[in-house]
Design a protein around this ligand. Structure first.
Ligand code: AHR
Length: 793
């Protein structure tokens, strides 16, 4: 068989250490914790749901009144005599007529509680009853129409709050089960913290995790877990006792009934039942290093800023967390950990301050955290932040702060098109090996198709090859309950009874399961290089746009910089309105076309004024159709940034950003200069952006090699993104004795648009086989569109 090229692995030439390169990022988004990994089956167990979480929520969300026979009751929620002051609300069942029983029923998450025959469930609640009305309370798992799948009873015998526990054995299967609590007699029954867990949680822990979800995560063998968010960490108010507080870890430990409820910024309710102790425990259980992310007393979304003189409690949170995780049980926080059941330290090595923060208030505050943490715990590796953009002003500011302070890592986040990932797989080639390292704390190509997975695999070979500069990387988000989607794509999808990994999951799994400890030198030679295609310049339609606002453009000119030719729109004043009211009235006029240009070097000049509305100005250019274009958005998202976005097949990548807020009524002079694929954008003469919109050029193969020290296995990773197989001569230079045993794990044979689903959960998943070679060199045909891991020994 004739090989198209040679892949030479130098088994004696070791490069950078791989360290903890690939891990996971857990955030309670898409109901990842409540209604997800956290195995609690009762939704709104403590009657704390509130419109602050979501406008549709109220204290009885997910609960229904039950009145059987001629029973009659009123159901209310009160707060005057709570079990704990931070868990204020409880339900009151006032029995007006007992009939065949009255009470409440919980709908669980998704379509209901997934009841499994033979499964044992742990029920618990806090209850009290009016004075002397001691009475049995019937607790059952039932179908929607009241068929009993499992039953138990408790006797509420006190007018003071007491915890009651019971076991329910289920005898039938039902995916729409209800937990029904019914009583008879007279007076009032008070309930709170009504809870139901399957006994078979992950590692059978109490207050534990859903086994199937925990297992699919554990199967990844991640080196680290970043948690508990994301925007969830910093989106909130400054006071830890606020219902709307930022994520404060001290609120999340200890008895669950004493933990306060919290607004989750993803517009739902967070019980905090899955808290810091459980996170650390989970990390330990799956052999992964915890990477907690703490808020820095700054909410960039709402500009809530802790004054510097009030920063100490936030810094103390960080120092105390280190003691909680690592301190001797003789220390105050080490003692709390020991009391919770874990006298041994959790071995915390990393802490992140801030999540994709932008704005000076963060960088000003970071320094205080850095000095305090490094001063007391020089052994802890500190992670700084570079904001939510892959390039531009905020990104550079984050890196400067990291270099100035001597941070160990800089957290980078980006969600881009697969084409962006392919065009940038060499992004880190020029990053230095000294100074802060990259923590790619959130990334995903937009989509869960096989093509996305391939693009990410190609990119990951680039991350791995640059382990000198990239220290940590994790895909985001990790989990999504398919009935509560906040964000797409996601690595793992589930509902209340099933779970599956996306195609992207299997790429992550292959890379994590076969990571290795040190890079090996690897070279490709002889492959036909991609033809030097002429790179098309950015041509296409240009439109002036409004985006949820009213905007005026005038003095519009499009100039060909090569010929001087000018399209002048004279005195034309373009008024655009895209408000909700205008849309509803059918009077919205959101875009004005300036025609199509194929000029290679042009500048668009315009004066623009936002009259009203939350966002700013928008110019689309290089527009082939509605899904393929570039856009310059001044006053994007929360009107804090100017960005250049490149959309490919409807998937937009923010190429670069500068901070900019568009003021109502102020007229700005815009100049957008396009030359080839380079774009420069000025406002009032100030250069905001200078970026090249790179197009992907598919390489013959993408590859990397590592060695696993404990086994001596040489691990070679190859991604073929071509529509044809690539026969490759693989040689192990300078050491390995033949014959070789080669374990091959690969993804191949799928259409680019295929995805896994509940129906076909592992359609795209790796196949494994073992091959042998008599010699230290062999020819391997890497299938078209494939990811291949070879473990050679
Ligand atoms: O991963 C989803 C969100 O994306 C995270 O919460 C945030 O950090 C980023 O904007």
């Amino acid at each position: 068989m004739k090989a198209q090229g040679k892949l030479k692995v130098f088994t004696k030439e070791r490069g950078a250490e791989i360290g903890d390169l690939f891990g996971i990022f857990f955030e309670d988004i898409n109901h990842a914790a409540d209604g997800g990994l956290y195995a609690e089956l009762v939704r709104n167990r403590s009657f704390e749901f509130d419109p602050i979480d979501h406008p549709d929520y109220h204290p009885l969300t997910a609960w229904d009144k039950v009145e059987r026979g001629h029973g009659c009751a009123t159901i209310t929620v009160e707060a005057s005599k709570p079990i704990y002051p931070r868990n204020k609300h409880y339900v009151v069942i006032d029995i007006l007529a007992e009939g065949d029983g009255v009470g409440i029923s919980n709908r669980g998450f998704n379509s209901g509680i997934a009841v499994r025959p033979g499964e044992t469930y742990f029920f618990s609640c806090y209850a009290r009853r009016d004075s002397s009305f001691e009475e049995k309370v019937r607790v059952a798992l039932e179908s929607v129409d009241g068929q009993v799948h499992g039953l138990t009873e408790i006797t509420v015998d006190s007018s003071e709050w007491k915890k009651y526990e019971a076991i329910i054995q289920a005898e039938a299967a039902d995916l729409s089960g209800r937990l029904t609590i019914v009583t008879k007699g007279r007076g009032k029954l008070y309930l709170d913290m009504v809870s139901l867990f399957p006994s078979h949680t992950f590692r059978n822990r109490l207050n534990g995790l859903r086994r199937d979800i925990a297992e699919i995560i554990a199967d990844l063998k991640p080196k680290f877990m970043r948690f508990p968010g994301g925007c969830l960490v910093h989106d909130g108010s400054l006071h830890p006792d606020d219902r709307n507080s930022m994520y404060r870890w001290k609120n999340t430990i200890g008895p669950v009934e004493q933990r306060p409820a919290r607004r989750n910024n993803w517009r739902y309710h967070q019980t905090l039942g899955l808290g810091y102790y459980e996170y650390f425990q989970f990390c330990e259980d799956i052999g992964t290093k915890p990477i907690p992310i703490l808020p820095a007393g700054y909410d960039p979304h709402h500009q809530r800023i802790a004054p510097i003189e009030e920063l100490q409690p936030w810094i103390d949170d960080a120092l105390d967390l280190i003691e909680f995780a690592n301190g001797d049980p003789a220390t105050p926080w080490g003692a709390i950990r020991a009391e919770l059941g874990h006298p041994e330290p959790f071995g915390l090595e990393y802490i992140g301050i801030g999540n994709e923060e932008q704005g000076e208030p963060f960088f000003e505050r970071y320094e205080y955290f850095h000095r305090a943490i490094k001063g007391k715990h020089p052994e802890i590796k500190l992670i700084n932040s570079s904001g939510p953009f892959s390039a531009g002003e905020t990104y550079e500011r984050g890196w400067k702060s990291a270099r100035d302070n001597g941070s160990d890592y800089v957290d980078e986040h980006y969600y881009m098109s697969p084409e962006w990932f392919l065009a940038h797989h060499r992004r880190y080639d020029k990053f230095p090996s000294s100074g802060p390292k990259v923590f790619l704390g959130e990334y995903a190509s937009i989509g869960n198709t096989y093509y996305n997975a391939l693009a990410e695999a190609a990119y990951m070979t680039g991350l791995e090859k640059n382990a000198h500069a990239v220290g940590l990387a994790c895909y985001a988000p990790l989990l999504c309950n398919a009935d509560y989607v906040n964000w797409k794509p996601n690595l793992i999808w589930f509902n209340h009874h099933e779970v599956f990994g996306s195609a992207n999951y299997y790429v992550q799994k292959l890379f994590m399961n076969h990571l290795g400890d040190r890079l090996l030198k690897i070279e490709a030679e002889g492959f036909k290089q991609p033809a030097e295609a002429t790179v098309p310049s950015i041509g296409g339609a240009i439109t002036l746009e409004a985006d949820a606002n009213a905007v005026r453009y005038r003095d519009i000119r499009l100039v060909n910089n090569e010929t001087g030719e000018t399209m002048d729109y004279g005195d034309r004043v373009v008024d655009l309105t895209d408000t909700a009211e205008a849309r509803a009235a059918g009077t919205a006029h959101a875009a004005f076309g300036l025609g199509v240009t194929e000029w290679k070097d042009y500048t668009l000049y315009a004066k623009a004024q936002k009259m009203s509305g939350p966002k700013g100005l928008k110019i689309a250019f290089g527009k082939k159709d509605d899904r393929n274009h570039l856009s310059w958005e001044v006053g994007w998202y929360q009107n804090q940034d100017s960005v250049l976005v490149s959309a490919v097949n409807g998937r937009g990548s923010v190429l670069t950003q500068s901070q900019f807020t568009v003021e109502d009524g102020v007229e700005y002079e815009l100049a957008l200069h396009v030359a080839g694929r380079r774009v420069r954008a000025h406002v009032d003469g100030r250069l905001l952006h200078d970026v090249v919109d790179e197009l992907p050029v598919i390489e013959p193969i993408y590859y990397s090699a590592t060695i696993e020290e404990s086994t001596g296995d040489v691990i070679v990773k190859v991604v073929n993104l071509q529509e044809e197989e690539v026969a490759t001569h693989v040689s192990l230079a300078d050491c390995k004795e033949a014959p070789l045993t080669i374990e091959v794990h690969s993804l191949s044979g799928h259409a680019l648009d295929e995805e896994n689903s509940f129906e076909f959960p592992a359609r795209i998943s790796p196949a494994s086989r073992t091959i042998h070679s008599e010699k230290r060199e062999f020819v391997y045909r890497f299938p078209k569109y494939s990811v291949t891991i070879m473990r050679i020994r």
